[in-house]
Design a protein around this ligand. Sequence first.
Ligand code: SF4
Ligand code: SF4
Length: 166
Amino acid sequence: MNSEKRIGINGRASDRANAGVSADTGETSTGEKRVKALLTYPPGAVGKPITYSLVRQFNLWINILHAEIAADKAGRLIMDIQGSADDVDRGLRFLTAEDIEYEILNGSIVWDEDKCVHCGACTAVCPSHALTMDNLDWSLLFDKEKCYLCRLCTRACPVGAMSTPI
Ligand code: SF4
Ligand code: SF4
């Protein structure tokens, strides 16, 4: 299941959504911290109101970028989390206490065009539609601006054309 949803707090959602963010520190132009995280829910935990708690208890702004959630199965959420540095850190500790594993997504995805055979396998797994096929010549198109950094394409590519720099 794909979903895209914004949850704002105290009327500041649009300000936060528009704030620039440093790739090095995760700090925004408004002095807040913003991270992109991949949350993995164990089976049985998908009913927990985790997103609601992050918003209400920790005053965080949450933008869900991608969700794969099914009852009684492990689930995955990719979300932007933004707030004061303390609140973001407290929110991340809360996830750990709730047995929700998380990974901070950063860096960049590199597409090696010389290796690419334009098979399209990566487009089937890309949740952000950053990877698409050109409908004129069926070559791969990569829109970096849309990329969530989830790395699903690196596992799907049969020739190793998608990678993350070390
Ligand atoms: S890492 Fe790959 S699969 Fe994930 S959003 Fe970016 S291009 Fe798509
Ligand atoms: S899966 Fe790999 S080879 Fe196939 S289109 Fe994507 S980047 Fe190119």
